[in-house]
Design a protein around this ligand. Structure first.
Ligand SMILES: [Zn+2]
Length: 278
């Protein structure tokens, strides 16, 4: 049983404001400690549930947040400026199940804490017209590889979105979103206990008959990937990518033939959009 864990920071218990999630902030190291706590809880839960192998992908910001010597020694750690970002190395391992820890609601969510989608550039992203966040963008990539998402942890706004997109996934709520940079959070220890239990249940389900009802997230092709960006200049740059079209005041659109292509189109557009502001 091989388990892939992608860990973000904004959805970790005790993180209520965006500032400490930035490397330059004086609170950043403390935020990393909280992230490491939930990461280790997920690893422990995965092994308790029957995992034989766990790979952790550090999936926040510049993606080298977790101190390697503070991460449970049973797990391997993927870090750095990865081409495939939050799903790097998922294609390498024939993973049976994926766990998303510290995730958050989509950009544009009215209440989710530090709600965004990959960067500050997209204000709304849709797949086949339906608003989606990182859980779904990453979910369709993994889904195309046959890997179901078994657990997602973060705030209650995220849980509502995940219930809609991937109703089979265990939903662990570690805080209540009170707005853009505010949350009502459990104590980190209490949150870690929930993450551990959720990870254990997800892996136990993945091991059981019919994968315990866990399903890879697969959308029928073609998949329309549309990003509304912060301004038209960002959309112009994103629409420069072959296959994209420019839509509306500040949108760019692509029709993908599957989940992997949809993921690559989205990440490419986000990266191109950033260049418009340099
Ligand atoms: Zn994120």
């Amino acid at each position: 049983m091989r388990v892939y864990i992608s860990v973000d920071m904004e959805g970790i218990a005790g993180i209520s404001h965006g500032k400490p999630t930035n490397r330059d902030d004086s609170g950043y190291r403390d935020a990393c400690r909280l992230m490491e706590g939930e990461t280790n809880a997920a690893i422990e839960g995965a092994y308790d549930g029957g995992a034989d192998e766990v790979v952790v992908n550090d999936s926040h910001g510049s993606m080298y947040n977790l101190a390697p010597d503070r991460v449970d020694q049973r797990a391997r750690l993927v870090q750095g400026r990865k081409t495939l970002s939050m799903v790097e190395a998922a294609a390498d391992g024939h993973f049976d199940v994926a766990l998303f820890v510290g995730y958050h609601a989509r950009a544009g969510h009215p209440r989710g804490t530090i709600a965004h989608t990959y960067s500050g550039a997209p204000t709304l992203t849709t797949l086949n017209g339906k608003p989606v966040g990182e859980y779904g963008i990453n979910g369709i990539y993994l889904g195309a590889l046959g890997i179901p998402v078994g657990m997602v942890s973060g705030d209650d706004a995220l849980a509502e979105e995940v219930a809609d997109w991937m109703p089979w996934a265990e939903r662990v709520v570690v805080k209540r979103g009170l707005g853009w940079q505010a949350a009502d959070s459990l104590h980190p220890s209490a949150a870690q206990a929930l993450v551990k239990a959720g990870a254990k249940r997800a892996v136990e389900r993945a091991r059981s008959a019919d994968a315990g009802g866990l399903r890879p997230l697969v959308l029928a092709a073609p998949i329309a990937v549309e990003l509304q960006l912060t301004h038209g200049g960002q959309a112009d740059f994103a629409a420069l990518i072959p296959g994209f079209t420019r839509v509306g005041d500040r949108g760019a659109r692509f029709e993908a033939q599957g989940g992997i292509e949809a993921y690559r189109a989205f990440v490419s557009a986000v990266r191109m959009a950033r260049l418009a502001d340099e």
